[in-house]
Design a protein around this ligand. Structure first.
Ligand code: SME
Length: 154
């Protein structure tokens, strides 16, 4: 469920991105809106490619509980697999995922969407839900569109 329509959310996110302030502020605002407007999104954050490390993600702006996974190597967990494959990962039941990094026992489902800039992976949007089977096709389509928009600020 999304409290306001996906179209309205995307419109608001475009306004934030095109207003053009600091990149981390923009990413933080996007996390805040998604967490506030989509009841099943309980943790929303961006992981960025660390320019100073070899194939490693570093946690950027997020909203939700603190996580011990501030750095994730490509290939590890759902986040690392999305970074390696450049594809969206939807996991409706994390207890069934074998390459998964647990942040909190409350998390039941997760979606990770890559941000691609000129065909290069630059970041990803990671969302955890406390509700199993909660990531809909509508969420996936909306998040992929948001990540296309976000690519413009990298
Ligand atoms: N569960 C993720 C780790 C990051 S936290 O969800 C914030 C994973 O398996 O990659």
């Amino acid at each position: 469920m999304i409290k306001i329509s996906s179209d309205k959310l995307i419109k608001r996110i475009k306004e934030i991105v095109y207003r053009g302030s600091d990149r981390n502020e923009i990413l933080q605002e996007i996390c805040d809106i998604l967490e506030r407007e989509v009841p099943v999104f309980d943790w929303v954050g961006f992981y960025l490619v660390d320019p100073e490390a070899e194939r490693e993600l570093i946690l950027g702006p997020f909203v939700g509980e603190e996580t011990e996974h501030r750095r994730i190597p490509f290939g590890r967990g759902i986040c690392g697999q999305a970074a390696e494959s450049n594809e969206t990962f939807v996991v409706q039941d994390v207890s069934q995922a074998d390459n998964y990094l647990a942040c909190s026992l409350k998390v039941k489902a997760e979606v990770v969407v890559p941000v691609m800039k000129d065909s290069s992976f630059v970041a990803e949007l990671d969302i955890d839900s406390h509700t199993q089977n909660s990531i809909s096709e509508e969420h996936r389509a909306m998040l992929e569109e948001i990540c296309d928009i976000v690519a413009g600020i990298f």
